[in-house]
Write a protein that binds this ligand. Structure first.
Ligand code: ASP
Length: 491
């Protein structure tokens, strides 16, 4: 059994869905389970529709019509005229249900997390039905699976936790391994014990695929996306980034928590537990090798496997001489943050114990300030600690690699590369696993930092020079021509 997942860009339109179907039809082994995301951008559009309706903004209706039109157009372009009617009425049926839901939201001017989950679930329901219908027109034995009936979760709407035991039993019972079928399942969606629709967090279709793979003890999980594997750095920031051919589960997990949003972080856990290898492949360049994630530490000349970043970070510092040598301050700080469901991304405390510094997402900073100042109000009043210091506009850059552990000097190389290029480091964290070194820097330095680090760790044989030419007349264009002609020699 193989499990494949295709993301939103892979099923964004009729043309792309045909490319996906070609991959599936040519797949050498069956049965397979195929998990799909919503058509690219649809989840955001559905959420916006709900928000507008909840604010009493009538323009939600136009947004809804464009969602409907996009799916109807896709069905018309995808399916032969003789096979369209069932799919068109399915799209209409789902869109009517969305309309009813939004009408309710509009009237009540209220959008609960539970209703939000129901609303966004239609994105994956629609895309999976369209793919199934198309595969059937290509004479494939395609069967649609309702993930809501197979994946059971708790009731944390928006980010539900999967109940593994019952989910595995349901999937095993529903998906026989001895048929030649292509089973198509909507990603991202599940249901709780009352059969209310839940979702597994944004980007959760990867996780759905991992759950199917784990339940069916799949030989391989393939995540098909629009880049040719996990890259050494985010290519939008680092033009010289390149795909990593093989990587361990742990390294992939470390990288996925940061900027390289190739895989939704919880995805790795279920497959790692069962040693199921994961391929990350490019739908639009299927012959590119991609990245293999598996339970292995690779002998590689590179001690660093990838460089990652996280933006919109705020640093919170609790400082004061009243904290020194007194146990319990950090407990109270973290307790206060946890009570408000504020996720702590990075922690540092110097050995003088004079300050504790944590990094949180900037959107949570105001709530954090409020709750921490309330938690320490008596110490602030008698001068033992200062009110929480909040500094926004930061980012985290991180080096990731299993091999860092046995190689001294990596952090030295990191900090000197940043220092040489005038990038100030505000805080540092390295876990004892030595698989990740993170540095907090100003958000305006991220692009420079990523490129400097990439150059230092992955491109050490070449030095990158930036040349600025003002004007591109006679002299300027001749110079550009000479540079182009001498490229090999210059390198
Ligand atoms: N459609 C959902 C999202 O955009 C889930 C997914 O694509 O993985 O977050």
């Amino acid at each position: 059994m193989y499990v494949l997942k295709f993301g939103g860009s892979s099923v964004a339109n009729a043309n792309n869905i045909k490319i996906v179907a070609d991959i599936l039809l040519a797949y050498p082994s069956k049965p397979i389970v195929v998990v799909v995301s919503a058509l690219g951008g649809i989840t955001d559009q559905l959420l916006l529709t709900g928000d507008k309706a909840a604010c009493g903004d009538e323009s939600y209706r136009e947004l809804l019509s464009s969602v409907e039109l996009r799916h109807l157009d896709t069905a018309r372009q995808l399916l032969p005229v003789t096979n369209q009617s069932a799919s068109l009425s399915k799209v209409k049926q789902y869109c009517n249900e969305i309309e009813d839901l939004c009408e309710g939201i509009f009237r009540l001017q209220e959008l609960s997390d539970r209703t939000k989950d129901k609303l966004v679930s239609y994105g994956e329901l629609l895309s999976s039905q369209l793919l199934t219908a198309y595969l059937q027109t290509q004479n494939a034995q395609a069967e649609w699976l309702d993930s809501r009936q197979l994946i059971k979760t708790d009731s944390r709407f928006g980010n539900a936790h999967v109940l593994e035991g019952i989910t595995h039993t349901l999937i095993e019972a529903r998906v026989p391994k001895d048929k030649n079928n292509i089973y198509v399942a909507p990603g991202f969606i599940a249901s709780n014990s009352h059969d209310f629709t839940t979702t597994l967090g944004r980007g959760g279709s990867d996780y759905t695929a991992a759950i199917f793979a784990a339940a069916l003890k799949a030989e391989v999980l393939e995540i098909w996306t629009d880049v040719s594997g996990i890259m050494t750095a985010d290519p939008r920031w680092v033009p010289n980034a390149r795909p990593i051919s093989r990587i361990s589960y742990q390294e992939a997990m470390e990288l996925s928590h940061f900027g390289a949003k190739i895989i939704y972080p919880p995805t790795i856990q279920p497959v790692m537990k069962r040693n199921i290898p994961v391929w990350v492949k490019n739908t639009f360049a299927a012959n590119d090798p991609g990245t293999l994630i598996e339970n292995h530490q690779y002998e590689s000349a590179e001690k660093i496997r990838g460089i990652s970043s996280m933006n919109k970070i705020t640093l919170l510092s609790l400082e004061g001489s009243g904290m020194v040598g007194i146990p319990g301050f950090s407990k109270r700080l973290f307790e206060a943050l946890a009570q408000q469901q504020i996720n702590v991304i990075l922690i540092t405390q110097s050995s003088s114990e004079h300050s504790i510094c944590v990094a949180v997402q900037s959107g949570e900073a105001e709530k954090a300030k409020h709750t921490c100042d309330a938690a320490f109000d008596s110490e602030i009043a008698n001068g033992k600690v200062e009110p929480l210091v909040v500094e926004g506009d930061h980012a985290i850059v991180a080096l990731v690699g299993d091999k860092m552990k046995s190689h001294p000097g990596i952090s030295g190389q990191m900090f000197s590369a940043l220092g040489r290029n005038g990038i100030n480091i505000r805080a540092i964290a390295q876990g004892s696993s030595e698989r990740n070194i993170s540095a907090v820097i100003s958000s305006s330095d991220v692009k420079k930092a990523l490129n400097v680090l990439h150059e230092s760790f992955f491109e050490s044989v070449k030095k990158q020079l930036n040349i600025f030419i003002t004007g591109c007349g006679n002299v300027g264009s001749k110079l550009l021509g000479q540079i182009a002609a001498q490229q090999v020699w210059l390198e």
